[in-house]
Ligand binder design. Structure first.
Ligand SMILES: Cc1cc2nc3c(=O)[nH]c(=O)nc-3n(C[C@H](O)[C@H](O)[C@H](O)COP(=O)(O)OP(=O)(O)OC[C@H]3O[C@@H](n4cnc5c(N)ncnc54)[C@H](O)[C@@H]3O)c2cc1C
Ligand code: FES
Ligand code: FES
Length: 491
């Protein structure tokens, strides 16, 4: 146990004796690093944000902001991270801290360490390019002229997981938009040129509870086979909430998010295959818009802080009927590759969900990859209906994937979430569209059928009537978007 340690703000500290379920935030605060705050303990406020050293494609490191309240601290064994204390000190503020102070971006200060860490992640982002350097400030096609980017290339979505109750967001945005670029002698900038720490195998047992990071996939599958109580954890953005808010404890947690086989992304001629434990923000970056339906989904999924850890395997692993990726993956006709000691099997996602939070996955199996067949449908859209535009759970989610050839719908796949005990395909609506002309008469008739799909219920998020109505309007909205698009093309 003495070898188990993390490097925080450049200093190695042992984890020995820490309870197996302790989060990084618990551990930091118990060890006197109280800069990171607990606002909600469920990934909603960002007061706990810290910067994790993660590997980049070119062999260097990125400072990736994550929610310390959700990550089990043992998952960081051998890893390196920075908290607000490691950015700067009262006598020597880090540029993000100085800008926050100058812009009046902090009042009570409770949220400030988290904002500083999320801002620092964006400050050090290697491809953040100031507008003038990139294309000239008058080029309005440049993405940094997006109202959600600053002239310094700062992407405001980097702060989407941070809440402030008293300052107001304008001064915080002002601070972000006036940040310069890191100096070459900045030690955190210099650190980025060297590789991130390698994953290390971990096996810690405290008071009868065990946390294990297997070194290899076969070892992980062997544990799943032998230990009936084993609970898999990847990004821990669902599991962390269970631990903190619902008080759940597992006798054996098995961390799989560093297994290389689960972190691949393969672009083949006939399919795209995505590792189940690749963080969503990494998938977004690596796909770079190649799957437009997913490109539409990602910004609507939680916050950047959550997407920096959350995975597809975790979203499918819960079997939740309101996860955002199942409707999109259903529309994309995806399958999941399940692995166990007996080998692998590929299951069509439409056959995967069997009941409320139940799936065909056996307890001794894990999701290894998600396979999306090519070619993709030509008309796709993801509609998430939630109370807030960003960082909210769906009331209803609808994903469309249609092929329209010569004005006729030649193929249609529609995935739904939030309207039944499981995510599901809207098969009756698909049948009502296929081989029909793509016009308002077809769409109105099909939208009525879509309104009746699923068995929506009423809860604190939405009534069953509202959910049905949202299904109905989703197809009408898609139709009007395609009509506007075609007018724009012909004009
Ligand atoms: C603040 C907040 C906002 C959120 N917003 C959204 C949202 O907008 N949309 C949405 O869909 N979800 C949302 N979530 C839920 C969560 O982020 C996602 O479900 C995420 O994809 C979970 O991935 P993970 O790797 O963190 O899962 P974990 O928490 O690590 O695991 C979740 C479950 O899946 C199992 N599991 C993990 N990986 C595998 C695997 N490879 N094979 C089999 N089982 C596996 C685990 O055993 C566990 O039971 C939100 C969560 C929080 C805290
Ligand atoms: S304490 Fe609120 S996100 Fe972690
Ligand atoms: S400064 Fe008080 S919560 Fe943000």
């Amino acid at each position: 146990m003495t070898d188990i340690a993390v490097t925080v703000n450049g200093q190695q500290r042992p984890l020995a004796g820490t309870p197996a379920h302790a989060t990084a935030l618990d551990w930091l605060r118990d060890n006197g690093l109280s800069g990171s705050k607990e606002g909600c303990a469920e990934g909603e406020c960002g007061a706990c944000a810290m910067l994790l050293a993660t590997p980049t494609a070119d062999g260097g490191t990125a400072w990736t902001p994550v929610n310390a309240c959700l990550v089990p601290v043992y998952a960081l064994d051998g890893q390196e991270f920075i908290t607000a204390e490691g950015l700067g000190s009262p006598d020597d503020l880090h540029p993000v801290q100085a800008k926050l102070a100058e812009a009046g971006g902090s009042q009570c200060g409770y949220c400030t360490p988290g904002f500083a860490c999320s801002m620092a992640g964006e400050y050090y982002r290697a491809d953040r390019t100031p507008a003038d350097d990139a294309h000239g400030a008058d080029d309005d096609t440049c993405p940094v002229h997006d109202p959600e980017h600053g002239p310094n290339g700062f992407d405001l979505h980097a702060l989407s997981g941070n809440l402030c109750r008293c300052t107001g967001y304008r001064p915080i945005r002002d601070a972000a938009y006036t940040l310069g670029s890191p100096e070459s002698d900045d030690p955190l900038q210099q650190r980025l040129a060297r590789p991130a720490p390698e994953p290390v195998a971990t096996d810690a047992e405290v008071d009868g509870a065990r946390f294990v990071r297997p070194a290899t996939l076969p070892e992980a599958l062997r544990i799943l086979h032998d230990e009936k109580d084993a609970l898999l954890v990847a990004g821990s953005t669902d599991w962390g909430v269970e631990v903190n808010i619902r008080g759940r404890r597992a006798p054996l947690v098995v961390a799989i998010e560093q297994l290389p086989e689960l972190r691949t992304l393969t672009l083949a001629d006939e399919y795209v295959e995505i590792g189940a434990a690749l963080p969503l923000s990494e998938i977004e970056k690596r796909l770079d818009g190649r799957i437009p339906l997913l490109a539409q989904l990602f910004p609507q999924f939680a916050s950047r802080l959550i997407r920096n850890r959350g995975t597809l395997g975790g979203n499918l692993g819960t079997g939740s009927p309101i996860g955002d990726t199942p409707p999109a993956l259903l529309a994309l006709r995806a399958s999941v590759v399940l692995a166990s000691v007996d080998g692998e099997r590929e299951v069509d996602l439409a056959e995967y969900f069997t009941g409320y939070r139940q799936t065909v996955k056996r307890p001794d199996e894990l999701i290894k990859t998600i396979r999306i067949p090519l070619p993709l449908a030509t008309t796709t859209a993801f509609h998430k209906i939630a109370k807030r535009r960003f960082d909210d759970i769906s009331s209803v989610a609808v994903a469309f994937a249609l092929d329209i050839d010569g004005g006729i719908v030649t193929a249609a796949t529609i995935g739904l979430g939030g309207v039944a005990a499981t995510p599901l395909r809207a098969r009756a609506t698909e049948d009502a569209l296929i081989d029909k002309p793509w016009n308002i008469a077809t769409v109105k008739a099909a939208a009525e059928i879509l309104r009746g799909e699923g068995t929506p219920m009423s809860d604190h998020r939405a009534s069953s009537e509202y959910r049905s109505l949202m299904l109905n309007t989703a197809l009408l909205k898609l139709y009007s978007a395609t009509v506007i698009d075609s007018k724009e093309v012909s004009a």
